[in-house]
Design a protein around this ligand. Structure first.
Ligand code: F6P
Length: 515
């Protein structure tokens, strides 16, 4: 029986019937997390068919290729060695070289945090400004926001990513250039937004401290030639972002230097240790117990077989409030594709739209849509309180997440409403009906620690890579983002009035904007 046949068979059943046979489904666990897949359109036979798919697409082999440092990024003819950035004892020379780049950044972070490295005027650094975009921004921003309460005293941390000039102005507002250290992260050192903001930051520092301005900069890049050119003969710090580290997999790299400086020393250490623990699990566990394989199979099943075009990520954790934005880049830039490395098109839907937010806050917003809109979207609940000191809050947070998942699945029929509230007019009762039948995953940890943030992100990385394998995609390139960049370059002269845009509607819009 094909996967499609299984899907048709299961979709013909009431969801409650499926759930009634799934109560014995055991949660899976690894590296501080447990994952429950009970509430999905699955049964033993469909699960076995998915395991057969994992065998057929050789997911275990794909993991071995990744961890052996093979060139899994075919279009760019590269290995993907992000796992080496968090490996305590990497084996190969190349993995050791990659790991070394983290240790160099950690040393620099200590020098700045402990003020043995000072600015051009001899003052200590009291503010860090991180400039980067996409994979060179989301990661450090996520960690710093997650562990805001673990900041070192006396060091302020600011971020700037946007081409909107206000972003840098706000990032620098109130800071003293003599005490500010700027970290520019760009793998290519050719990204317009980053170069624009770095250029303006350089002028601001130069105006403030004079000729030794470069003491206030560290540039993290895989393109030292361009970065050296940017320094224009000044003696600035360059940190290596190896070519084998994709931007959206670079959270473990020297690109997170800002966090190493501004957060207490054990945060980044624990974060990388958590990821390494997940790597070990994913590399070794069999298909049935392997969290990354199981979640990748769910992604394939829900998106490609059942046809759900979106997935909602509902993070019940203050520390994970930036996670949806982070994972959007990881998953959608990796697998938002339809053409395989050999040029053939994928015939089925691939990565779904990933969106979401922070629970319980989202309950007062888009959860209405999740429950009662005609669209059905699988939800992924991450329940991981930031602290367990106040049990009342933890109980409330957890109860809300579990209640949402239960209502999404079981719904509330008209008969239920009328039984509970017999005096309601029919038109009101009808509006209280929840269709139910909406699948969900529960990912749980009793508390969100740095270790668990690391293991969680590593899990999503491996899941993304494996889901890409199921779709036959190369998850490590991103051709789709290039065209818009080229077009923007062509439209700037039109916006300056130097030429007319070739597209008639764009030309009309530019005329209106210019007027
Ligand atoms: O948006 C495309 C992209 O290439 C991302 O993949 C990357 O993370 C981001 O731009 C920034 O690139 P860079 O680090 O080269 O500045």
């Amino acid at each position: 029986m094909s996967l499609t046949d299984h899907a048709e068979r299961l979709r013909a059943l009431p969801f409650r019937t499926i759930l009634s046979i799934r109560t014995a489904t055991k949660p899976l666990s690894a590296a501080g997390w447990s994952v429950d897949l009970s509430r999905h359109y699955l049964d033993t036979d469909a699960t076995a068919a998915l395991f057969a798919l994992a065998e057929d697409r050789d997911l275990k082999g794909a993991l071995a290729s990744l961890f052996d440092g093979e060139k899994v990024n075919a279009s760019e003819d590269r290995a993907a060695l992000h796992w080496a950035l968090r490996a305590g004892h990497p084996e190969s020379d190349e993995a050791q070289r990659v790991r070394q780049t983290v240790l160099a950044a950690e040393n620099l972070a200590q020098e700045i945090a402990w003020s043995s490295r000072k600015g051009a005027t001899g003052e200590r650094f009291s503010a860090i400004v991180h400039i980067g975009i996409g994979g060179s921004d989301f990661g450090p921003r996520l960690i710093a926001d997650a562990f805001e309460d673990k900041r070192r005293d006396g060091i302020e941390l600011r971020y700037c990513a946007n081409l909107d000039p206000l972003d840098l102005e706000l990032a620098l507002d109130g800071l003293d250039p003599a005490q500010t250290f700027v970290i520019g992260v760009s793998k290519s050192f050719g990204t317009e937004e980053t170069l624009y903001n770095l250029g303006r930051a350089r002028s601001w520092v130069k105006d403030g401290v004079g000729k030794d301005w470069a003491k206030h900069f560290a540039l993290v890049t895989a393109n030292p030639e361009r970065a050296t050119e940017w320094l224009d003969g000044a003696d600035g710090l360059l940190l290596d972002l190896p070519e084998s580290i994709g931007g959206r997999f670079s959270i473990w790299s020297a690109g997170s230097l800002a966090c190493s400086i501004a957060l207490q020393a054990d945060v980044m250490e624990d974060f990388r240790a958590g990821a390494e623990a997940m790597d070990k699990h994913v590399a070794r566990a069999d298909i049935a117990e392997n969290l990354a394989i199981r979640l990748a199979l769910m992604d394939y099943w829900n998106a490609s077989v059942l046809g759900f075009g979106a997935r909602a990520l509902l993070a019940y954790s203050r520390r994970l409030r930036l996670l949806p934005a982070y994972l959007q880049q990881l998953e959608m830039e990796s697998n938002g594709k339809t053409v395989r490395p050999d040029g053939r098109s994928v015939s089925e839907p691939t990565a779904p739209l990933l969106w979401g937010g922070e629970g319980t806050i989202g309950q007062h917003s888009y959860h209405q849509w999740l429950h009662q809109s005609p669209s059905m979207v699988p939800a992924e609940f991450i329940i991981a309180p930031g602290t367990t000191e106040d049990t009342e809050g933890v109980t409330g947070l957890t109860a809300h997440a579990l209640a949402q998942a239960e209502v999404l699945a079981n719904g509330r029929s008209l008969a239920d409403v009328q039984r509970d509230e017999p005096d309601l007019p029919l038109e009101i009762a009808a509006q209280k009906v929840h269709a139910g039948g909406r699948p969900s995953t529960i990912i749980h940890a009793p508390r969100l620690t740095a270790f668990r943030l690391g293991s969680l992100i590593a899990l999503y990385e491996h899941r993304t890579y494996l889901a890409g394998k199921l779709w036959g995609l190369n998850s490590f390139d991103q051709w789709g983002v290039e065209r818009g960049k080229t077009m923007a370059g062509q439209l700037k002269p039109a916006l300056r009035g130097e030429r007319t845009a070739t597209d008639a509607i764009t030309a009309k819009l530019i005329a209106a904007i210019r007027s």
